[in-house]
Design a protein around this ligand. Structure first.
Ligand SMILES: N[C@@H](CCC(=O)N[C@@H](CS)C(=O)NCC(=O)O)C(=O)O
Length: 222
């Protein structure tokens, strides 16, 4: 069975959301945050100490967008993958990676220098600069989402999961209040999906069953 190592609402939420959208069986292993410090045995599974770690057919994957791409392609009948022969293939891959590489990267700096560091190392100016960076990158989404319900291919795909997670994380760092109208509506639409709601409930149930705090990773002390 596929195994996913996950911390509450961390980037590993992307593959969890995919698994629920696709209706697959999986084993969800919850970890306290940050696992590098709070669950040292986890380093034997993922020496990086980060989540996600995802194991399928003996292969370890540690990049959330890559796992989304993998699951979408392996279960392509569900339509969450965009094929190489479809006109939006390039747009799909771009948004899939944009979600992590362009959107989530500045958010981690907002988290680190706005919350996680010790008081003397906090850097409010860095946090605000990268908050603005994040919001300015979202401007590229506004005209797309003002015209269409999803990012590409005329349907919900793994690219929406990748970008949708970054928008979800923005709520924890108080940036969602600064979303433009179409981005705000898109984020609400994604979070209303039964698959998203099932993923929220799956992590909650697994955390309770495994004795892990229900606090989101973004709210945990580093
Ligand atoms: N690019 C990776 C980043 C993974 C990552 O940094 N995950 C964070 C959680 S959101 C983490 O595990 N942080 C704990 C640490 O760095 O020790 C991905 O998209 O999966």
């Amino acid at each position: 069975m596929m195994v996913l190592y996950h911390c509450m609402s961390a980037r590993s939420f992307r593959p969890l959301w995919m698994l629920e959208e696709l209706g697959l069986d999986y084993d969800l292993q919850m970890l306290p945050f940050p696992p590098r410090q709070s669950a040292k045995a986890y380093l034997d599974i993922n020496p990086l100490g980060t989540v996600p770690a995802f194991i399928d057919h003996g292969a370890l994957m540690t990049e959330s967008s890559a796992i989304c791409q993998y699951l979408a392609e392996r279960h392509r009948a569900a339509g969450m993958h965009v094929g190489v022969d479809e006109p939006d293939y390039g747009r799909y891959l771009n948004f899939l990676h944009f979600g992590e590489a362009t959107l989530t990267f500045p958010q981690t700096l907002v988290l680190r220098y706005g919350r996680f560091e010790t008081p003397e190392r906090l850097q409010p100016q860095v946090a605000e600069d990268y908050a603005k960076w994040f919001l300015s990158r979202l401007r590229t989404l506004e005209p797309v989402l003002a015209q269409q319900e999803y990012l590409c291919a005329g349907r919900f795909t793994a690219a929406d999961v990748s970008v949708g997670y970054a928008l979800f994380l923005a709520e924890f760092i108080d940036l969602a209040v600064r979303f433009t109208p179409a981005v705000k509506a898109y984020s609400a639409r994604l979070q209303a999906r039964p698959g998203f709601q099932r993923a929220i409930e799956a992590q909650r149930q697994a955390a309770i069953a495994q004795g892990v705090s229900l606090a989101a990773a973004a709210d945990a002390p580093a």
